[in-house]
Design a binder for this molecule. Structure first.
Ligand code: SF4
Ligand code: SF4
Length: 332
């Protein structure tokens, strides 16, 4: 929006009880319950932003809702891989003092952590800006547990990068290679470097030590993952028709039903760096313990999944026919 002068940004909480069930990989509903909550909160954020935009429009100001997910800057070369959002809500949230950027790069709020969903809009109205939260009042205590729950180590444990927004500097962990997140958060693989636990993804590719291995795993797994079977003992295939009418979302300007765009291919298998951090070291540590003792997912040839201790998962996986194993594992 070329005449944008201000942004209105806010954060809504996710359901922490459902996050615990997700982190502990509870069957049958630990995954779908958090997915539905995550979708509902995203939809609520979109609707709240739409309401504010409509009020501003009535006052004569141009206003556009910032789409929270799945909408990328297609003008950027290689956008399919880079996946830059049309506007980074987290940057705006940090600059506006909605929350602080934590080591993981997620926005967090003191006493609550990073388990929030951001929403917002831009407008031609010149609103009074709010200040960022001073760094000494950040929720982030640099415990670095977020780095330990990223199965493919997408971000650094020691090095940071810095950005400047509206004259203020912000820093967070250096990104080693976002493709590492695309593999894990994209559900292609989930086995942690320690091989002791996994995300909800049944992919078992060994931890890539080099970025060349990352690229090779990505290309291979992208072809194999769609061939994986789909089982019935958990819901891994979100269907828009499951939603109530009140979570339908229409575009402010075109009236187009955006539900399908927002929900397309929803399959949340990770998000650990965001979900683990609750703004209280004791609770965050508990989340870390829950996740790292939750075992490993394996997917049987009939598509049903099982959560097993890491040694049992390895034994069971090795007994599968090699054609089935190829969908989840290959040495590079
Ligand atoms: S887990 Fe939270 S508090 Fe700890 S370093 Fe990461 S973002 Fe900061
Ligand atoms: S979402 Fe998962 S894979 Fe992506 S950076 Fe966070 S922990 Fe790593």
């Amino acid at each position: 929006m070329s005449d944008a002068k201000s942004a209105v940004i806010f954060a809504l909480p996710l359901d922490k009880k459902k996050i615990r069930s997700f982190l502990s990989k509870e069957l049958p509903n630990g995954k779908i319950d958090h997915e539905l909550d995550n979708i509902q909160v995203n939809v609520n954020a979109y609707k709240m932003a739409k309401d504010v935009a409509q009020i501003l429009k009535k006052e004569g100001y141009n206003s556009e809702v910032i789409f929270p997910n799945f909408k990328y800057r297609t003008d950027v070369e290689g956008w399919q891989m880079k996946m830059y959002p049309e506007l980074a809500l987290r940057y705006l949230a940090a600059r506006a003092g909605v929350g602080s950027i934590g080591w993981s790069g997620n926005i967090g709020i003191k006493g609550y952590g990073t388990t929030v969903i951001l929403g917002g809009l831009v407008t031609s109205a010149e609103l009074k800006p709010t200040d960022p939260i001073p760094s000494n009042e950040s929720f982030c205590i640099q415990c670095k547990l977020c780095t330990k729950v990223c199965a493919f180590g997408m971000f650094s444990n020691e090095h940071s990068e810095e950005i400047t927004l509206g004259g203020h500097k912000f820093s967070y962990a250096k990104r080693i290679n976002v493709m590492r997140c695309q593999i894990v958060c994209g559900g292609l693989s989930g086995l942690d470097k320690t091989k002791k636990w996994s995300t909800w993804s049944p992919g078992r590719f060994p931890y890539p030590e080099t970025e060349d291995q990352v690229r090779r795993i990505f290309s291979y797994a992208l072809l194999k993952t769609p061939k994986r079977p789909s089982g019935t003992n958990y819901n891994n295939n979100f269907d828009v028709s499951q939603l109530d009418d009140d979570v339908r979302v229409t575009d402010l300007n075109t009236g187009e039903d955006l539900s399908k765009v927002m929900l397309k291919g929803v399959n949340l298998t990770c998000g650990n760096c965001q979900l683990i951090c609750w703004g209280d070291l004791k609770e965050t540590k508990r989340n870390y313990d829950i996740l790292t003792s939750s075992g490993c997912v394996i997917e049987h040839p009939d598509g049903n999944i099982e959560i097993l201790r890491s040694d049992q998962a390895k034994t069971q996986f090795n007994e599968f026919p090699s054609k089935h194993k190829q969908l989840y594992y290959k040495e590079f």
